[in-house]
Design a protein around this ligand. Structure first.
Ligand code: ADP
Ligand code: ADP
Length: 238
């Protein structure tokens, strides 16, 4: 089976139009799929449904052949797939706990989800994830307010890859960054994917970014898939 299959997924918040309306696509092992659409097209809702942070209305999410769409979001932290699917959020200011040092932010999922207790192993895993995310080790003792936007983005990436997930969901991972830092972070992500064989679901409103980063692209409009194709074929002649 593909690594991820989204099948006829629906999310209805009760508004006149559904936020996600009968969406289907799949991502092969180690593959990359870009999800583009204007603001309000349902990208965030879809990525949160896939990470099982919110409950679906109908349809299913199938991860490596296992239906996980029906697991209530509040129970998902106990599901075996929870470690395999990690999300990097748009704004690290929203997702990093201000009271956690960079070290503790990265260590937290290793402690809670992997049950890692041994101090030396934990330290080694945190340092490895930081190094691979381009975060200098001397910054691990710092708190979010002592880090630049790009450094916080690296903490968010290190936290997500520390668990060695099989699917990394990137929800506008560079939207909160300066243009000069964006390119550096995109390069880093591209390298991580090539080295690790992690699959990517890359969410962005920026078609060029998605085309550069992903093998396939799905275009959402008002919760529906309106186009799908390879990054090269799609929109070759706008
Ligand atoms: P995007 O990420 O593409 O900007 P969203 O998934 O955030 O799109 O939003 C899709 C639609 O769902 C929008 O119309 C938005 O207003 C609505 N929506 C998103 N979250 C909620 C929520 N928690 N409650 C009600 N409506 C929501
Ligand atoms: P806790 O809820 O005990 O703090 P979690 O590991 O569930 O621990 O969450 C830590 C942070 O990661 C929170 O900001 C949470 O919103 C976020 N998070 C939740 N689900 C995921 C996921 N699938 N991938 C990455 N981060 C997640």
């Amino acid at each position: 089976p593909p690594l991820l299959e989204v099948r006829n997924l629906i999310k209805d918040y009760g508004a006149p139009t559904r936020a996600v309306d009968d969406v289907s696509f799949s991502i092969p092992r180690g593959g990359s799929l870009g999800l583009v659409g204007e603001s309000g097209s349902g990208k965030s809702t879809l990525s949160r449904l896939i990470c099982r942070l919110i409950d679906k209305t109908d349809g299913d999410v199938i991860f490596d052949g296992e239906a996980i769409g029906g697991i209530p979001a509040r129970d998902f932290h106990r599901a075996p797939q929870r470690r395999d699917i990690q999300i990097v959020f748009q704004d690290p200011n929203d997702s990093l706990n201000p009271r956690f040092s960079a070290f503790d932010s990265i260590a937290h999922p290793l402690r809670t989800l992997e049950g890692l207790r041994d101090g030396a192993t934990l330290k080694a895993r945190v340092e490895e994830a930081a190094q691979r995310s381009g975060l200098p080790p001397e910054l691990l003792t710092r708190f979010p307010h002592q880090l630049s936007g790009g450094q916080k983005a690296r903490v968010g990436i290190a936290r997500a890859i520390a668990l060695r997930p099989r699917l990394l969901v990137l929800d506008e991972p560079t939207a909160a960054l300066d243009v000069s830092v964006q390119a550096i972070i995109l390069n880093l992500l591209d390298r991580l994917r090539r080295e690790d064989g992690m699959a990517f679901l890359f969410v962005s409103h920026d078609l060029n970014v998605v085309r550069m980063m992903c093998e396939r692209v799905v275009v959402l409009r008002l919760g529906k898939v309106v186009e799908e194709g390879s990054g090269h074929s799609l929109f070759a002649n706008p």
